[in-house]
Design a binder for this molecule. Structure first.
Ligand code: FE
Ligand code: CA
Length: 534
């Protein structure tokens, strides 16, 4: 708990002495550590991992960077002391009019990452930011505040992206996102992949030959330093850095930030719970260290709070979910399967009881024109043809199709609330899927729609839509309006009357600098659930 009187004194002191407001109160509420390095010097650029902003509100956002002159070396090449970092926010990209500045600490406990929660800015306008440490100056990032909660807003544009396996392609899709005029980016997860470097040779991926474009460093990651080095490897990419620097992000983790298809307190290998929780804790810490998150998301006792909301004036209310941390273990050993009694069991949950209650509390008809549920794994309940013999259809046990009771409650809640303005965005499947959402077994009434965005790179160059899996999945699921195996992202352009979604694709990610194309465009009219090709 922050001592508010001390906080005001400090603010008054800082404002009086420098004419400026200080950094986050939690930092200034404590004395500088005795081991602080007040005047650091660097013989290499400490800003190799770029800058980022996130969690925008109507009066501010989070600024992020991490000091790492040698990002793949132990400690990122830093002196193991807390380091004072100065931040600046300006109304213009040339920094002629600086409106806020302050100092913060990059702690060795957090890999010398910096998280500044800026307050007191004007709503609905862009700002530019940078950091200074010693005589090093960071690249400039652009962020923006949200409109005031009661403001009339006519348009919001955002990208939905994730699944960025480093070995499997260029991050050109991030470069294209950086070139889009966006209000924010939603990252649905799989920011890193935890697997080992598997060598430079040709191997098979998705049934096709594949030679890595670039390589992971080291074995599968388990220790905090392993996770930090993996984040640093990914974050060194210039296209990814450009996207971070272009707009504020809302991030979430999915499975690969920790381990493939983990669920709550269990991994996929049957590791003892208490051991997996140690790994989960360090994976979460490294994730926090590398993301522009608020202090409310700082991991505590091996858990972190990631479900939260953001409002864009009266146009859009966003509900960001966490579909990993509180879920029940997957049914059927996580193999694609028929939806048996376990997949339907009411006590099994995707969200956990507390988050489900929180979501239903906030998901009600109100003054917002639209609500978006921004989450990680598919809600669409897609039937698939089994790979082996037999004719019964199967479903993913890792997606909402393996948590049917929770899915029924969510769609039932939207329907019973009379909401006809809810759209869902998600990812994880390494393909674009655009689907209307219906209750299972009630194939007549459209309740909502889902735009599941394809991967940035995972799966490498795609095969398009002319393959057996796509054809059979399309024929088994009439509510599935588009499906394509290409890399890219989804772009949502939301106005008061229409929600337009473009499924953007790149033909290749194994060569650099491909152009982006629109594979399909859909529109949802306000008050009329269901998407139309447009
Ligand atoms: Fe993925
Ligand atoms: Ca995933």
């Amino acid at each position: 708990m922050i001592d508010t009187r001390r906080r005001r004194l400090l603010q008054a002191f800082a404002a009086g002495s420098a004419g400026l407001l200080p950094g986050p109160a939690w930092l200034h509420a404590q004395a500088l550590p005795r081991n602080v390095l007040a005047r650091p010097t660097f013989d290499r650029d400490p800003f190799t991992l770029g800058v980022a902003s996130g969690e925008p509100a109507s009066d501010g956002f989070v600024l992020w960077t991490r000091l790492a002159p040698q990002p793949l070396e132990q400690g990122g090449g830093m002196v193991m002391k807390p380091v004072v970092v100065t931040w600046e926010i300006a109304q213009d990209d040339a920094f002629r009019l600086i409106v806020r500045t302050g100092e913060t600490l990059a702690h060795p406990e957090l890999a010398h990452s910096v998280h500044v929660e800026v307050e007191g800015l004007a709503p609905a306008r862009p700002y530019w930011y940078r950091f200074v440490v010693g005589d090093a100056v960071s690249p400039v990032g652009r962020s923006a505040t949200l409109p005031a909660s009661d403001a009339r807003v006519d348009r919001v544009r955002f990208a939905v992206a994730g699944c960025q396996h480093y070995e499997e392609g260029h991050y050109t899709a991030w470069r294209r996102i950086a070139e889009e005029p966006l209000d924010f980016v939603f990252h649905y997860g799989d920011y890193i992949y935890e697997g080992p470097d598997r060598g430079s040779g040709e191997r098979r991926m998705n049934g096709r030959p594949f030679t890595p474009l670039r390589r992971h460093v080291g074995e599968e990651i388990y220790s905090l330093d392993d996770y930090r080095r993996r984040h640093a490897l990914y974050r060194g990419d210039r296209d990814l850095q450009a996207a971070h620097a272009s707009a504020p992000w809302f991030v979430s983790f999915d499975d690969h930030e920790i381990d493939n298809n983990w669920a709550g307190d269990s991994d996929q290998d049957g590791t003892p719970r208490e051991l997996f929780l140690l790994r989960r804790a360090v994976g979460m810490q490294a994730f926090y260290e590398h993301m522009p998150l608020r202090r409310a998301s700082l991991p505590v006792d091996g858990a972190m709070r990631m479900h939260r909301r953001a409002g864009f004036g009266d146009l859009l209310q966003a509900h960001f979910l966490d579909t990993r941390q509180y879920r029940s273990d997957q049914a059927n050993g996580d193999r694609d399967a028929a939806q048996d009694a376990v997949a339907r069991a009411p006590e099994r949950s995707m969200l956990g009881r507390e988050q489900e209650r929180w979501l239903h509390d906030g998901l009600r008809p109100d003054h917002h024109r639209w609500h978006v549920i921004a989450q990680q794994v598919g809600l669409a309940n897609l039937a698939m043809q089994p790979r082996g013999p037999g004719s019964d259809v199967v479903y993913s046990m890792d997606q909402w199709s393996g948590y049917l009771a929770n899915r029924r409650r969510l769609l039932g809640h939207i329907e019973q609330s009379g909401m006809k303005n809810v759209v869902t965005v998600s990812g994880d499947a390494h393909r674009h899927f655009a689907s209307d959402l219906l209750q299972d077994g009630e194939e007549s009434k459209v309740i909502s729609s889902e735009f599941l965005a394809t991967s940035i790179t995972s799966g490498s160059d795609g095969i398009g839509e002319d393959d057996d899996f796509t054809r059979t999945t399309r024929s088994l699921n009439p509510h599935l309006k588009a499906m394509v195996d290409k890399r890219g992202y989804a772009l949502c352009d939301v106005t008061r009357e229409t929600w337009t979604a473009e499924l953007k694709v790149l033909d290749r990610v194994m060569v650099p600098d491909e152009p982006v194309k629109v594979h399909a465009r859909f529109a949802i009219e306000h008050g009329r659930p269901g998407m139309q090709r447009g």
